[in-house]
Write a protein that binds this ligand. Structure first.
Ligand code: TRP
Ligand code: ZN
Length: 468
């Protein structure tokens, strides 16, 4: 998104930070394979070697969370359904801070240890390759959000004046639940979130039953029944006003705003509904069971495309950013990246969606937007940063957004509108609820167009200078 533009944070300040961040995006040598039976401490993303874990695949997270804003104390029980990909005498989960009280596997106590953000679990007896198992982790403490090394600020479970603002990209899920915290391992989610009576807890998907109150605390149940990357999970809670209904096209729609944003409730609800319906025509059927959005009064200055409920932090979202976050429901949330360096598949597409929305609403054509950006001087930062190789220390560089979007427009001009829009729909259809990579996108574009597009993609995605 243009979190830079919507931020209320001057672009200059962000850019000067970007200028200092240095990484060449070099591929780290593969970490040596752990001994047999030991699940790797990382899922295999060379740019984020300790994110996620190896040796198993999560199918479902059941998260029972209690949170008390006054003390910032969280109590959690996470029950995780997983399948061993290999024989496992031990395996890891990601968890940052918080105290683990007990871990069990299939009901039997397991031993565990902590080191950094790695929780190592040792089952009473090794898990067989292919075995399904249930890990239960009881934990509690004060969640500590993470700080991005470059341009994003704080992310994860962030305590606010009246509750919590939960936005976890790229690897902040581990600040509030034990996870295989990498988008390559998607899973379905059940949430049971208990808060002081009067507050509202908002998570992904739809409510699974009415909230129940007892002893001065209310429990909200939410269920996301479509696979979701861990960074898209939320448990944003506090004072909220809700508006619920369906989009004109019939998709359930939930908007929620902090009372400080009361004046935006109606427009958030209506704009989210209209845009969800429009994208459904352009990108293919809406992949989830509900849409909507949440505005919290936490001054994050950015938004995150939390699955089914984009989260806007501390500003009145305009149509551009709503179009952006809702486009992510297709590009990023349903079709997820397998490795962070391919982030342009999320941000370039969502940025291009903003331009498509401007074209649709008559504000400016995509061609004009493309030209305006192409006319940036040769020494503009986006030309030095190849968006096809997002760098771990500067993941959300503007190039990934803007030059990523320009890549799609250059492609559209090369293959024509008909093939281009067919490509977008085929992409969302083929990889629905799954993961994909840049080479797969290039291959599909070439197959559908019958053209050799290597030079185009190379110039736009991988060269450190302005394409002709
Ligand atoms: N993906 C977000 C967007 O483009 C930006 C973002 C990245 C973000 N990391 C985040 C937002 C962490 C909130 C928290 O819209
Ligand atoms: Zn985005």
């Amino acid at each position: 998104m243009g979190f830079k533009r919507y931020a209320g944070v001057p672009a200059i300040a962000l850019l000067s930070v970007l200028a200092c961040s240095s990484t060449n995006g070099a591929v780290a040598p593969p970490t040596s394979a752990p001994p047999s039976g030991v699940g790797a401490p990382g899922i295999g993303d060379t740019d984020f070697p300790l994110d996620g874990n190896g040796g198993y695949d999560v199918a479902h997270y059941d998260l029972a969370i209690g949170y008390t804003p006054a003390t910032k104390h969280l109590d959690g029980v996470a029950t995780i359904d997983a399948k061993a990909a290999e024989r496992l005498s031990r395996f890891n989960l990601d968890l940052a801070g918080l105290k683990v009280r007990a871990v069990s596997i299939d009901g039997a106590a397991a031993t565990f240890s902590r080191r950094g953000d790695e929780l190592t679990v040792v089952p009473a007896r090794p898990l067989a390759q292919g075995a399904g198992f249930k890990v239960k982790v009881a934990y509690s403490g004060r969640p500590q959000p993470l700080k991005d090394s470059s341009n994003l600020g704080t992310f994860g479970f962030i305590p606010t004046a009246d509750g919590a603002f939960v936005a976890c990209e790229p690897n902040g899920a581990k600040t509030w639940f034990p996870a295989n915290d990498h988008p390559a391992d998607k899973a379905t989610f059940d949430f049971r979130i208990t808060v002081p009576k009067g507050l509202t807890a908002l998570a992904n998907g739809e409510m699974a039953g009415k909230p129940t109150t007892s002893g001065g605390r209310t429990t909200f149940r939410w269920r996301e029944s479509h696979p979701m990357a861990t960074y898209l999970a939320t448990a944003t809670l506090g004072d909220f006003e809700l508006r619920e209904g369906t989009t004109p096209g019939g998709i359930p729609n939930v908007a929620a705003v902090d009372p400080a944003y009361h004046s935006s409730l109606d427009s958030l609800y209506k704009t989210s509904g209209r845009i969800t319906d429009y994208w459904s025509k352009i990108f293919g059927p809406y992949p989830f069971s509900s849409t909507g959005g949440v505005i919290d009064n936490f001054a994050a200055g950015y938004a995150l495309e939390n699955q089914t409920k984009p989260l806007y932090g501390g500003f009145h979202p305009d149509e551009s950013i709503i179009a952006h976050e809702l486009a992510h429901q297709w590009f990023g949330d349903s079709v997820s990246i397998r490795r962070w360096r391919d982030l342009w598949l999320n941000e370039g597409f969502a940025t291009y969606a903003e331009w498509l929305w401007w074209e649709h609403t008559g504000r400016s054509t995509t061609e004009a937007t493309f030209r305006r950006n192409h006319a940036r001087p040769a020494n503009d930062r986006i030309w030095k940063y190849p968006p096809g190789e997002a760098r771990p220390r500067d993941l959300f560089n503007e190039s990934v957004y803007t030059r990523g979007g320009m890549t799609l427009h250059a492609l559209r001009k090369e293959i024509g509108d008909e093939t281009f829009f067919k490509l977008l729909k085929t992409w969302t259809e083929q990889h629905k609820y799954g993961n994909a990579t840049t080479p797969e996108f290039i291959a599909l574009a070439q197959r559908l167009s019958g053209k050799d597009l290597q030079a185009l993609f190379d110039a736009w995605l991988f060269q450190p200078h302005r394409p002709a």
